[in-house]
Design a protein around this ligand. Sequence first.
Ligand code: ADP
Ligand code: ZN
Length: 621
Amino acid sequence: MPTRINPWSLILVVILAYWLFTLLGGNNTRTSVSYTDFIAYVEEGKIARVVLQEGRITAYFKAPQRISVGNTTETTDRFTVVALPSGYTDLELIQLLRKNGVEITNRPPSIWGPLLYSLLPIAALIAFWWFFFMRAQGGAGQVMQFGQSRARQYGKERRVNTTFKDVAGHTEAKRELMEVVDFLKNPQKYITIGAEIPKGVLLVGPPGTGKTLLTRAVAGEAGVPFFSVSASEFMEMFVGVGASRVRTLFEEARRNAPAIIFIDELDSIGRKRGAGIGGGHDEREQTLNQILSEMDGFEKDTSVIVLAATNRPDILDPALLRPGRFDRQVVIGLPTLEERKEILQVHMRGKKFASDVDVHALARLTPQFSGADLKNLVNEAALQAARENASEISQAHFQAALDKIMLGLERGTLKLSEQEKRAVAYHEAGHAIAGEVLPYADKTEKVSIVPRGMALGVRWSKPEERILMSKEHLEDTLAMTLAGRAAEELFVGTITTGAANDFKQATSLAKQMVLDWGMGDHFKNVAWGSNTGPIFLGEEIAKKQDHSEETSRLIDADIRTILDRAYEKAKEVLSRHAEAVHRLAEELLESEIVQGERVREIIAQTQKPEAVAPTAFNPEA
Ligand code: ADP
Ligand code: ZN
């Protein structure tokens, strides 16, 4: 890591040094007296000794004196006098001093004071210029790197201790990467038989899924040095800096071969050239070209392998993906249920847990969590336990950590009026009851009307592990999502702004149904691409719309139809179970949190007998 020195502190040091210097060089005397007073003291015979110096005289009393300086008085044994201007040398002074028996010392003029004085502005100028130059070079954090070895601008580890054991799940990826490990360990085997060695491997997956971890594990398993850099660090103000950094990085790696280079966030420089906002950015392009030519320049027997990570392989420049470059892709997806369990176990190693901790249940509650999220969950639970001075981490600590991560902290200070509370209670009751009654929706874990984070109330669901989502599930999920607002409309009489987030979620889901999954009335089996997910602004703008205006209108109509249908469905189930909604809302107002079990009980108790099953006597039901 570069040493962080603030340039302003440098300037401060210069000023301080000067001040200190003049202080010491000036005989340490600050009490200053007029020439007339000085003569008077000499004539009174109070002065023992004087030091004559260019520009000033320092006088020493025989014994400390109380003298008046300006408006105040002070006791001192010495004082300074500003000497007469040169050319007005007081010839009588020497005589007067001698007559009064004052010891005279003569000191040559100090050269340091004036020298420093004249150098100061130059020093300040240099510091100023340095500051801006270095800033342009590498951000404020690297200001003082001037003249330092360039090798320090990226992470380098000679020995990596991470192994595949530290990476949970990702079995296929590990198998792929085993080959890289083997090559790094026994390059000769491959070279003798004339096999082409992989030069670049692209790890594709969302952030936090363990791409960096896997690469480190490859280096650790093979026992080779690990060089890492984030592509965004190449981006500099000055054109050419990025490219030269790439050069030094590859040089260093080659010198230490066999070795691994890891480039994180490859998409930040590897974007298609000429695409998107900032397309044709000279610096980006030069850096990218440098990477390409470095990889092309590898000799057949250079055992340096470049691993790169990205979340958006689709926006990468095709040149990067050509044979001999990043021609292998390894997909690192979000962990499955089993993998989440393993990851939790990896991070629970070496910590103390109560016997009630249910890893399987935790894995089930965290469907969209990445490896990094799960690690964070374990850590939050540990913090929670520490806060309570508990000796081990329990399931309750995990639950609290989970709630905090997913929903933000409870906001006990937020005070709602009775009316607002009622609206929130009905809103959440609406979600909960609809979720229970709709056959394909996720069931309720618990409901609460304690404000947390941005939300005034929450309904936790117990999602099931799904790889494929059926249309029925999607439709019921939509209805459940909109049931909050539906309950407000049906039972509270007014509608509130509390449903904004529900609408956003529902709309984006409906959009995906029409655009990605061919579920619109007009577009069976067509996928236009909804572009939801991590949006890369430039790409989206640059991308031409590949459907006509008429199609756009139909797409909008389909999305609307899906949402309207879901809302009607929500209203329908809630009116059918109005009794249950009322009861749940009342219980929420009373105790703030209601468990899923209780919700199901309420529904069972309020169910009208004829709704259970149609019979010959009651064919309407
Ligand atoms: P990425 O590079 O994909 O963004 P990282 O490798 O930086 O993700 O992962 C961040 C952290 O999350 C890792 O240091 C590790 O502690 C944890 N982690 C992620 N995936 C896994 C996994 N499969 N097994 C164990 N830990 C993981
Ligand atoms: Zn809601």
